[in-house]
Unconditional design. Structure first.
Ligand SMILES: [Zn+2]
Length: 203
């Protein structure tokens, strides 16, 4: 079954999606090509650390598990332009976890340590009553770079934006052109986000 939108039938990202996510998140092309998107098994979402995670996705190793709602024909899997935009925003955050997962290592032990790091960050913040728990953790702020850049670039326009249409239609050439035209803006937004986050990380 061939479908339009950011994710191909085999769970890989479309070329247009890879180009945009690489531009906004600065995650390596190699990682973006290797990642697979899968419908989650329900047991992930009973894990105690999971409830803190935003919006129904979790990145483990090179797999991003999305809850089944994301694939529902009457939900975010309806193949509409609007769902493409929703997917892009959420992917822009989740792919930010890919380099982190690489840093922790891809062995079972590495994956366990990665999950433990999240549990610790959420748990310790909850204990100190610091909020928001999810967005406040260091790993989460780091991962959110791409989503923040994307929001500031086209957040208001949403699914009406031409680059969202280009990705929806699988137009890699138009996406590449748009990214090239916006390189300076993207670089400035990313630098600004990093600067603000190193400030709040120390407070
Ligand atoms: Zn996250």
């Amino acid at each position: 079954m061939e479908r339009t939108g950011p994710v191909r039938a085999d769970g890989s990202l479309s070329e247009a999606t890879i180009i945009l996510l690489h531009a906004v998140s600065q995650v390596d092309l190699e990682l973006l090509r290797a990642v697979r998107i899968r419908p989650s098994r329900s047991n992930w979402f009973r894990a105690p650390w999971y409830r803190y995670h935003r919006g129904g996705a979790i990145t483990i190793g090179r797999t991003i598990w999305f809850t089944r709602i994301w694939f529902a024909p009457d939900g975010s899997g309806d193949g509409s332009l609007r769902s493409t935009w929703k997917w892009l925003l959420h992917l822009a955050h989740e792919v930010g976890h890919l380099p982190q997962a690489e840093r922790f290592g891809r062995s079972l032990w590495g994956k366990a340590r990665y999950v433990a790091a999240f549990t610790w960050q959420y748990g310790s913040r909850a204990l100190l009553l610091r909020r928001p728990i999810h967005d406040g953790s260091r790993l989460e702020r780091e991962a959110d770079l791409g989503r923040q850049v994307l929001m500031q670039l086209i957040g208001q326009a949403g699914s009406d934006h031409p680059v969202v249409t280009a990705i929806h239609e699988g137009d890699a050439q138009a996406t590449r052109k748009w990214c090239a035209q916006n390189t300076a803006k993207i670089t400035a937004l990313a630098a600004n986000y990093r600067e603000h986050n190193s400030v709040s990380a120390r407070s």
